[in-house]
Ligand binder design. Structure first.
Ligand code: SAM
Length: 278
């Protein structure tokens, strides 16, 4: 069972499930396409949510998607889960509840499987993919996203703008090499471009001469979201408005968004997000 919290966990599941239903409606008569659902961070099939006083178990996105049969189902489901125990739990639930569906569950790193997916789609042009990439943190490398360029894929991605990028951007710009490397891998940008984007340079006049200091731009989390959307737009033709997820103290943790090469798809994604966004 996954442990994860926030009302937005439920909202995120609803967004993906509503979008999947609309997607399957649009695709219902396009029988020349094989429809694949790809989940890069599949989890165990349910999510355990708790606070000081109470707990609840939420049905995970995997199950919600597998439940959809009308107007049609996906032809194939591909679930990636790195944790062996979660993978086994998911496998067991699917075996019991959805034995008739064409499901593939692998214990692997999502990055490897996104690149495998891209190679698969280049050879199998009749496939269309709805992908859901739902990490806890900054596990998704930019080159895994880049691999998807030009392919028939609608990608819902949870971007850890507050909980990830903003936390690594130290106020004084003195970021450790390990954190800078993490940011480079995540954003697909070199250290100079990252620092130029998120920091202002200031010269301070000290007794021992001038000193150059870095000062983090205000609203770095919002800037991270804008940057990621812009980066996604270099790979995909369209990127949705973000659904912003905040914690109980009103700090932004994630931006959830969709990227696609299809104009209709982006309109649907924005319509699905809108009521939750307001
Ligand atoms: C937020 S949970 C997923 C919840 C799931 N999407 C749902 O709605 O039910 C993230 C999951 O990703 C798994 N995970 C973490 N790093 C991973 C990686 N690099 N590749 C694949 N799975 C990973 C974790 O074990 C965890 O089960």
């Amino acid at each position: 069972m996954n442990q994860f919290g926030g009302n937005w966990t439920q909202q995120k599941i609803e967004i993906v499930a509503s979008y999947a239903k609309a997607y399957l409606t649009v695709m219902k008569d396009r029988l020349y396409f094989k429809l694949l659902y790809f989940d890069g961070f599949a989890g165990s099939g349910d999510i355990f949510k708790e606070n000081e006083y109470d707990f609840e178990i939420i049905v995970g996105t995997t199950m919600k998607i597998l439940e959809i049969d009308s107007p049609r189902s996906f032809d194939m489901y591909y679930f990636v889960e790195k944790n062996e125990n979660n993978k086994k739990q998911l496998e067991q639930k699917i075996r019991i509840k959805f034995p008739q569906k064409d499901t593939h569950i692998v214990c692997e790193d999502c990055n490897k499987k996104m690149i495998d997916l891209a190679n698969f789609l280049k050879k199998n042009l009749n496939y269309r993919v709805l992908a859901f990439v739902d990490p806890y943190g900054m596990e998704v490398n930019w080159n895994s996203i880049e691999a998807l360029k030009g392919l028939g894929i609608d990608l819902w991605i949870l971007v850890p703008t507050g909980i990830g990028v903003n936390r690594l951007l130290k106020n004084d710009g003195k970021i450790s090499d390990a954190w800078l490397q993490k940011l480079e891998k995540f954003l697909g940008m070199n250290p100079k471009s990252i620092l130029d984007f998120f920091y202002k340079e200031k010269t301070s006049f000290t007794l021992f001469g001038d000193e150059t200091l870095f000062e983090k731009e205000k609203k770095a989390t919002d800037k991270a979201a804008k940057l990621y959307r812009t980066r996604l737009n270099e790979i995909f033709d369209f990127v949705s408005e973000p659904f912003i997820m905040k914690n109980t103290t009103n700090s932004v943790m994630y931006h959830f968004m969709m990227a696609t090469n299809n104009k209709t798809a982006i309109k649907i994604a924005n319509d699905v997000i809108k009521p939750k966004y307001k």
